[in-house]
Write a protein that binds this ligand. Structure first.
Ligand SMILES: Nc1ncnc2c1ncn2[C@@H]1O[C@H](COP(=O)(O)OP(=O)(O)OP(=O)(O)O)[C@@H](O)[C@H]1O
Length: 264
């Protein structure tokens, strides 16, 4: 399956492609985990990667975020070839991956977690040697980010004391501190209760107004409600791509999901 060409004259009527992959492939000791993957991620759109277990979603996610090197293929970000660019550099360029709650400092307050994040490379300033007390300049922006994700009333709590769902929300706030152009989320709703899922869906909708979001997601109800474009993988290859109405009617997709949670 092939989307529109990577480059070409900008057309204001068309959504802008910010991240694209062509012919992505990844082998693991002779096993082909991902092959012939072409995809385009558009500014201000939410794009999901779905597929049954072992379909290659995480591998594609790791290839796009540069945590894995492709065996073949090309990746472009904002029109630049990033196929061989290291992950820290692409993060500074604005291709930012969420690290889930492992990125949170449990013994710092919610506010300080975001202020520290604002100091990371690509944040407002990279001044890690400064003490927390001298981070005051970053407080207004940190407060703003906490408001974006609805954590402003919990800003003085220890991050470690937050519920699981709220920790995930805080982690999204720390990721937003880098002001990503493309935000990559690996199963942002995993392990969450219904209420937190709704909250995170609202946050993602909100932050996608001025950036692209690419997410791996198992919860198909979330995908149906939230995502503008869906790429379906099976055995490492794209079997369908389009909006939810299109992919959910696709015969290959129906077969791929047979006996799984697709009908939930
Ligand atoms: N480091 C690795 N070494 C060997 N095989 C791997 C490695 N990483 C992934 N694979 C294999 O590649 C295939 C795709 O795995 P991947 O984790 O990308 O799938 P997935 O769609 O994310 O699956 P899940 O939904 O179960 O997380 C699987 O068969 C997996 O066993």
């Amino acid at each position: 399956m092939t989307d529109a060409p990577v480059s070409g004259a900008a057309n204001d009527a068309e959504p802008r492609v910010v991240l694209s992959a062509r012919g992505l492939r990844r082998d693991f000791a002779g096993f082909v985990a991902v092959k012939n993957v072409d995809l385009d991620v558009h500014h201000a759109k939410i794009h999901a990667l779905i597929g049954p277990n072992g379909a290659g979603k995480t591998t594609v996610f790791n290839l796009l975020t540069k945590f894995l090197a492709p065996s073949a293929g090309r990746i472009e970000f904002m029109g630049r070839d990033i196929t061989s660019t290291p992950p820290a550099k692409v993060a500074r360029m604005g291709l930012v991956r969420s690290f889930q709650i492992s990125a949170i400092f449990p013994h710092l307050s919610v506010l300080d977690n975001v202020r520290v994040a604002l100091q990371r490379p690509g944040g407002l300033g990279y001044q890690f040697w400064r003490s927390l007390g001298s981070l005051d300049l970053l407080t207004p922006r940190a407060e703003q980010l906490l408001e974006t994700v609805g954590l402003q009333n919990e800003r003085h709590r220890m991050a470690g004391d937050l519920s699981y769902g709220r920790k995930r929300v805080l982690e999204i706030a720390t990721t937003l501190a880098l002001d990503p152009k493309v935000l990559l989320l690996d199963e942002p709703m995993a392990g969450m209760g219904h209420e937190d899922v709704e909250t995170v869906a609202d946050i993602i909708r909100d932050v996608a107004k001025d950036r692209a979001v690419l997410m791996v997601e198992h919860n198909l109800k979330v995908v149906a409600d939230l995502c503008d474009w869906i790429t379906v993988l099976q055995r490492g290859e794209i079997i369908a791509a389009g909006d939810y109405a299109t992919v959910s009617q696709d015969e290959q997709v129906k077969v791929a999901y047979m006996g799984t949670a697709y009908d939930e």
